[in-house]
Structures are given as structure tokens and as C-alpha cells.
Design a protein around this ligand. Structure first.
Ligand SMILES: [Zn+2]
Length: 73
């Protein structure tokens, strides 16, 4: 049984760069529902890590072109 993240997800992980610190890696894990998640590894004091700034813009920039996110993909 293979249990690898989808290629689009891995590309998203590779593309991610925090706009506020040097974070460019994520810890990835699969939840009980079978969805893959990536937690960016921010530096201490990063405003994204503290919640002062949204991580959404950085995440959207990291999306592969044409990526679609589905539960059952
Ligand atoms: Zn950061």
C-alpha cells in the first residue's frame, strides 16, 4: 500500500516560501480523514507564526498552476 501525498501537494510544499521569514519547508502529515496537511516551519518571531499576519497569501502563491483541491483526489 502506498501512502504518498499527491504530486500537486508535494509541489505546493516545494513552492511555499514565507513572505516574512525564511521558512520554505513544511512538516507534512495526514489526518484521520485522509487529508494531507503542511505546517510551515517558521522562524521564532515570524508574524505569520504568531498569528499577526495571515499565511493565506503565501499559501496561494505556492499553489501549482491549475491545482484543484479535492477530498477524494
Ligand atoms: Zn514565517
Amino acid at each position: 500500500m502506498t501512502d504518498q501525498p499527491p504530486a500537486e501537494f508535494l509541489e505546493f510544499i516545494r513552492n511555499y516560501n514565507c513572505g516574512h521569514c525564511n521558512a520554505d519547508t513544511m512538516e507534512i502529515y495526514k489526518d484521520d480523514a485522509g487529508l494531507w496537511h503542511g505546517n510551515p516551519v517558521h522562524e521564532d518571531g515570524c508574524p505569520v507564526k504568531t498569528g499577526a499576519v495571515s499565511s493565506v497569501p503565501d499559501s496561494v502563491r505556492a499553489l501549482p498552476p491549475g491545482a484543484r483541491w479535492r477530498r477524494d483526489g
